[in-house]
Design a protein around this ligand. Structure first.
Ligand code: UDX
Length: 436
């Protein structure tokens, strides 16, 4: 099928590339000429494992290309996916900023030709697809189109696998004609028996928020359990394993950490709370999860302070990992952005390493952090070390070398990568997360 993707950001590039890998003919459009030029030269503006190779393969196969020209990209399409960003508004009130979506729709509407399904792929508040429909009708009254909602469930760092082998595909439509187009697009997934959930448009829009809110609740729940474990002298890893073995609970997303971050959970939970407010209903559990997450980040600062003897003033603190999770260079809402400035304010000196995120991190973190290319350099002369993001390369550190370089062997492992007893036996003063 002929598909056009509007927005060559994270979701747009991944979705477009994977759809071309399915065999569709895909054009990705963005109004950022520099970004399109970069993509046309075969360079990918984001770090996502496997993406560069898949783009190259499909570009050379003639199924994928990039352009700034809507007038050429839209008329050809049987489906136009809108994958532009929906950041929070600058007002800081948690509402999703839909101006990019509405601007894109206004621009593309005049070029619709033949029956086209306009699909919201971006995460958008309930009711957005209907607004999209209204804008198209106003801009191009003769257009033959339907709108649909097809939320993405892509994890950064695992996005290609998530797209090519999803747990489910959600299609929100108003009629069978639009459903048929989307079913056709995802027909390559029939072979792996992917469940396709076809619902109304509002339901599809809410499913995305509900899924992310549930996962955020799950993480905040295990973080609170970890804190309780620390208080009572229990072990959160064993606890998570035991409760996770109950099929109703499930073992995934039960890893205690410094609080969830990223481009989705923080933004989507708060946006859901705003929607809930507007409709006069409540979502107290989600509200609490958001509060618990902010408290978790603050708690990590206290944990580190306690680990270095009650005051971080003048201490050298080595940091392993800055991004909100491994296998990405994304710093959005990363716990590092809260934790490190708080430590620096109290006089700590930070030496940091991240395999992919240092360039991004430097844009958002205060000046004065020393970034090093070799992870072992963060240990040199350190009073304490914090493992903040569980990149694979931090999982098998040469601990003798680590110990030898540190001024004082305090190891704060906020992701529970290491086995507490082993490190303690080696002489480290080890603090896990929830390992009482
Ligand atoms: C998430 C959803 O998983 C995805 O389906 C959605 O479409 C977009 O948002 P992503 O933000 O890429 O994806 O990352 P994810 O792997 O879900 O992790 C989010 C945050 O939760 C990270 O900060 C991670 O460290 C944290 N996390 C996750 C935990 O602290 N503990 C866990 O057990 C799992």
């Amino acid at each position: 099928m002929k598909i056009t993707i509007i927005g060559a950001g994270y979701v747009g590039i991944v979705s477009g590339t994977c759809l071309s890998e399915f065999g569709h003919e895909v054009v990705c459009v963005d109004n950022d000429a520099a970004k399109i030029a970069t993509l046309c030269q075969g360079q990918i503006p984001i770090y996502e494992p496997g993406l560069a190779d898949l783009v190259a393969k499909n570009v050379s196969g003639g199924r994928l290309r990039f352009t700034t020209d809507l007038s050429e990209a839209v008329p050809r399409a049987e489906a136009v996916f809108i994958a532009v960003g929906t950041p929070s508004t600058r007002r800081g009130d948690g509402y999703a900023d839909l101006s990019y979506i509405y601007a894109a729709v206004k621009e593309l509407a005049p070029y619709l030709a033949g029956y086209t399904v306009v699909v919201d792929k971006s995460t958008v508040p309930i009711g957005t697809a209907r607004q999209v429909s209204r804008i198209i009708r106003e801009t191009n009254p003769t257009a033959d189109f339907d709108v649909a909602s097809n939320p993405e469930f892509l994890r950064e760092g695992a996005a290609i696998g998530d797209f090519m082998r999803p747990d489910r595909v959600v299609i929100g439509v108003e009629n069978e004609r639009a459903a048929a187009v989307l079913r056709e697009i995802y027909s390559p997934l029939y072979l792996i028996e992917t469940p396709i959930v076809v619902t109304g448009i509002e339901t599809a829009e809410l499913i995305k928020y509900a899924a992310n809110a549930f996962l955020a609740v799950k993480i905040s729940f295990i973080n609170e359990m970890a804190n309780i474990c620390e208080a009572v002298g229990a072990d959160a890893i064993a606890l998570a394993k035991a409760i996770g073995l109950d099929g109703r609970i499930g073992k995934k997303f039960l890893h205690p950490g410094p609080g969830y971050g990223g481009s989705c959970f923080p933004k989507d939970t708060v946006a859901l709370l705003r929607t809930v407010q507007e409709y006069g209903v409540s979502a107290r559990i989600v509200e609490s999860a958001v509060e618990a997450n902010a408290a978790q980040k603050a708690r990590m600062v206290k944990k580190i302070r306690d680990a270095v003897g009650g005051s971080e003033a003048g201490k050298i603190i080595g940091v392993l990992g800055l991004t909100f999770k491994p296998e990405t260079d994304d710093m959005r809402e990363a716990p590092a952005l809260t934790i490190l400035p708080a430590l620096m304010e109290k006089g700590a000196r930070i030496i940091a390493h991240d395999p992919q995120g240092m360039k991004e991190a430097a844009k958002y973190l205060p000046e004065g952090i020393t970034y090093v290319d070799n992870p072992y350099e963060v240990f040199t002369g350190a009073d304490a070390i914090i493992l903040l993001t569980e990149w694979n390369q931090y999982r098998a550190l040469d601990l003798k070398e680590v110990m030898g370089r540190m001024k004082s062997p305090v190891f704060v492992d906020l992701r529970n990568v290491y086995e507490p007893n082993r490190l303690r036996e080696m002489g480290f003063v080890y603090f896990g997360n929830g390992r009482g």
